[in-house]
Design a protein around this ligand. Structure first.
Ligand SMILES: [Zn+2]
Length: 368
């Protein structure tokens, strides 16, 4: 079956519910306005799910109360309307979908399913899968602290990925404090990362968390740093978003900030640049936006070490290096005219020495 969004099909949800059989309860079975209605509730993972079925036992409405690890408590409502039978299987032809949380408010969409076909035979391609050569997968260490340069470190591959995309955290040591980039994925990761950094550099506070841009996989763990009391280094466009995430209710799945509420503190990059320095370390936070990836985009340049940290602008052993975004990034680096010997990414591998020159000439090839 070729359906772009499987969550729009009642079958997907019924399959999820049936995988949690012990939680299924028949709450209501009665005639309402001359029609029989069944209500069934279930606990699917950490989500509380209420479902209403009609007299033909077709799912017509569903509400899911669920916690997002980034945006907190939220609700999804589905209405499945105008069922049609195609090859003996019932499909709705209209799906109303409402997704709401306190960060983004309410998003309401209506989908029309016009053409539905059911494939009953597997295609020839499936039979040949095991004959295909295996892709070369980059080998990564897992969650290890790697020294990148004097007083600059990276926690490599916090997600234990062997694939092309990994998540890396950079942290830089100053005389009395630490700067971290960035709060990736969600708060569970942030809490582990904060603990690991504080064990590695005991007695120093994490004073700054630098957020390059607003995408959820990069900013998803920001609540952990708000709870830590770190200053959030970001661009003006993200202030409202961070405030909303910090205020979001996390009653279904309380994190540290839910237990120890605190207001976020900001250090906003205005006029494209912010300098953070003391006797041993210097970091220049630069907004290189607008970029093809996001309007505001921070990079961190460490002039003493000639090291630059970036997110999503290029991925060595990730995205193709000839992408429009990487081309933009290279032109921006030339314009900034910085002396760089190392480029560290929040994803994928480190670009060093000769490879930095190759990247600038557009000649750097994928390492795998
Ligand atoms: Zn992004």
């Amino acid at each position: 079956m070729h359906v772009p969004n499987l969550h729009l099909l009642p079958q997907t949800h019924l399959k999820n519910v049936l995988s949690h059989p012990a939680s299924i309860r028949l709450v209501k079975n009665k005639i309402e306005n001359g029609k029989r209605i069944f209500q069934i509730d279930a606990l699917v993972g950490k989500g509380y799910q209420q479902m209403w079925f009609n007299e033909d036992t077709l799912l017509i409405k569903m509400e899911i109360l669920r916690a997002s690890s980034v945006y907190g408590d939220g609700m999804r409502i589905y209405e499945f309307l105008n069922y049609k039978k195609i090859q003996g299987i019932a499909f709705p032809s209209i799906v109303h979908h409402t997704n709401s949380n306190s960060v983004f408010g309410e998003a309401i969409n209506t989908y029309y399913i016009n053409e539905t076909t059911v494939e009953t035979e597997s295609t020839g391609l499936m039979l040949k899968w095991n004959e295909l050569p295996a892709a070369k997968q980059p080998k990564r260490v897992y969650n290890e602290i790697v020294k990148l340069a004097e007083n600059i470190y990276m926690i490599e591959n916090i997600t234990n990925s062997s694939g092309y995309t990994t998540y890396n955290i950079l942290f830089a040591e100053f005389e009395n404090f630490i700067l971290v980039a960035e709060a990736q994925l969600n708060n569970a990761f942030s809490e582990k990362v904060i603990k690991k950094i504080k064990e590695f550099l005991p007695g120093k506070e994490i004073r700054y968390i630098v957020q390059t841009h607003h995408h959820n996989d990069h900013i998803g763990g920001i609540r952990g740093y708000v709870a830590e009391g770190s200053k959030i280094v970001t661009t003006p466009g993200n202030v409202e978003l961070v405030k909303r995430i910090a205020k979001a209710p996390f009653n279904l799945s309380p994190d540290r900030l839910a237990k120890e509420p605190r207001e976020p503190v900001f250090e906003i990059v205005t006029n494209k640049k912010l300098l953070i320095e003391d006797n041993i370390q210097s970091a220049v936070v630069i907004d290189i936006g607008p970029t093809p990836h996001s309007n505001e985009m921070l990079v961190i340049y460490f002039p003493k070490q000639g090291l630059l940290f970036q997110s999503d602008m290029t991925m060595y052993g990730g995205w193709p290096l000839n992408s429009e975004i990487t081309k933009f990034f290279v032109s921006k680096l030339k314009e900034l005219n910085l002396t760089i010997n190392t480029i560290v990414g929040s994803h994928a591998g480190v670009i060093k020495g000769n490879n930095v020159e190759k990247l600038l000439k557009g000649e750097l090839a994928d390492p795998f």
